[in-house]
Design a protein around this ligand. Sequence first.
Ligand SMILES: [Ca+2]
Length: 250
Amino acid sequence: MRKSLVILLGLAFASASQATTVLLFDDFDGYADQAAYAAAWPAATVGWPLSASTQPMLLDTAKGYSGTQSVHGVCTANGEFKSYRNFAPTEATADQPIAFSFMFELEGAGNRSYAEIRAFDDTYPAGGLQRLLALGVNNAPEPLTQYSFRTYGGGGDAWQQGTVARQEGWVELKAMIYPDKVDYFVDDVLAHSSPQDNVGIQWNNVMLGSGITSAGLDAWYDDVSVVQIPEPATLAFLALGGLFLVRRRV
Ligand SMILES: [Ca+2]
């Protein structure tokens, strides 16, 4: 039985690693210079009512949560500093939700710095926007002391301030996307939850930076990640399947 248990645990871990799909990950430590970064994360268009962005975010060696590099940018005027990257279109299901996360550090006072995950009905910049989730800080609603979350489309509740206060240093912001809701976390503490109908929605894009004036606030981004992960119930089912196989063989 003990041997079976060891094999079972092994199968469970194997199932977990096989079932987790990395859709996008970047620690920004592999780029030799700004041009190399900009080739992977081009400038993105800033939406209504603003004009097109003229430059991507800035690669910097001043600090990194991982390694020595991250990206940032202070927007002194609308239309500055916003980067995008596309990934394979993927739907969040009940068994396999999508986790979008990144490390985030605020520097100075102000608002409107965030990263987004989006779903377009074609590959950006083509296609229409279907869903948008933003995580960071925003200048509404009051109070402006919390990390902020925007849930756009599918019955989402727009910009809201979460329950976790802004703080100095790096924090992990994460959105867990399900077919019927989005849960937002700050360092794994649930900070907000919004309903959202995501059935049939294919997520396919990440945006770094707001691209709109931040009143001097700088924000740093590192370890940007989009993964599709199996829920514990799915893992348990896979583990039971593994146990069944083991028992058949002994
Ligand atoms: Ca890094």
